[in-house]
Design a protein around this ligand. Structure first.
Ligand SMILES: [Zn+2]
Length: 258
């Protein structure tokens, strides 16, 4: 009595425990880099150079394990860890791309040894869903949530539980940095309205994920996605050219001047 119990936001069955929005390991990379005065965690117009983690009592132990076992553990083995240590990049450099698209090389995920595309999908969906469905705080202020809207939130929740296939009207794409020293920050999910659809994005050191949502997503995107392309398509490119990274590089520079 008196003590309120938070029910897990995913299975809605068990009591929730302390959960992270972005995996701890990504913060370790960021904290280890701690280059010059660069702030390293950023969301909207708030950025800090700190190892503060965005956490909340949101998921139960079973669902935390579900996210770890179906995606997070696998994906984190391949992300950028420190200078000279970026496993996925090393592997891609040794393989031949399927084709070139603008400035990116596109690889077929199922031809990459040991890579489990479905784990990359589950991982990214987990972050997008958690960010939207949960209540998270950064520097004591609540982060915006419900960006996906209730309908899509619910669909992604079912997907994470293994109760349904990847939702219709959504496509997930992924880009890997080909830079020697990828931008060492974490960018929390944010979204932008495009012509007839939404783009939700987040970035962990070396990899950017984009979730395209809406009925008017360009048709060709499905053919170069990790959610719908058979085998999964990985983009390998200069992520400094990504609008998200460009924006934050500029933003962080302005902040340093202040
Ligand atoms: Zn649960």
């Amino acid at each position: 009595m008196g003590k309120s119990i938070n029910i897990c936001g995913l299975c809605r069955n068990n009591e929730s425990v302390d959960s992270h929005l972005i995996p701890k390991a990504s913060y370790r990379t960021v904290a280890a880099k701690s280059i010059s005065n660069n702030p390293v965690l950023t969301t909207g117009d708030k950025s800090v150079k700190t190892s503060i983690q965005v956490r909340s009592h949101f998921l139960c132990k079973t669902c935390e394990d579900r996210l770890n076992d179906n995606g997070e553990n696998h994906v984190l083995k391949y992300t950028y860890e420190k200078y000279g240590n970026f496993k996925l990049q090393e592997i891609l450099k040794k393989l031949s791309p399927e084709f070139k698209s603008d400035n990116a090389l596109v690889y077929s995920g199922n031809k990459i040894p040991n890579i489990k595309i479905d784990h990359f999908v589950h991982f990214a969906v987990g972050i997008f869903w958690k960010s939207s469905a949960g209540k998270w705080y950064f520097l004591r202020e609540p982060l915006k949530n419900n960006q996906l809207g209730n309908k899509y939130e619910e669909q992604l929740g079912k997907f994470l539980m293994g109760d349904s296939l990847f939702p219709e009207n959504m496509v997930l794409t992924m880009s890997v940095s080909n830079e020697k020293d990828p931008f060492p920050i974490v960018i929390f999910p944010e979204h932008e309205k495009r012509d007839g659809f939404f783009q939700h994005r987040f970035y962990i050191p070396g990899i950017e994920f984009i979730l395209w949502v809406g009925k008017l997503i360009p048709k060709n995107i499905k053919n170069i996605s990790i959610s719908h392309t058979s085998g999964g398509a990985f983009f390998f490119e200069h992520l400094d050219n990504s609008p998200l990274i460009k924006y934050y590089k500029k933003h962080l520079k302005t902040m340093q001047k202040d």
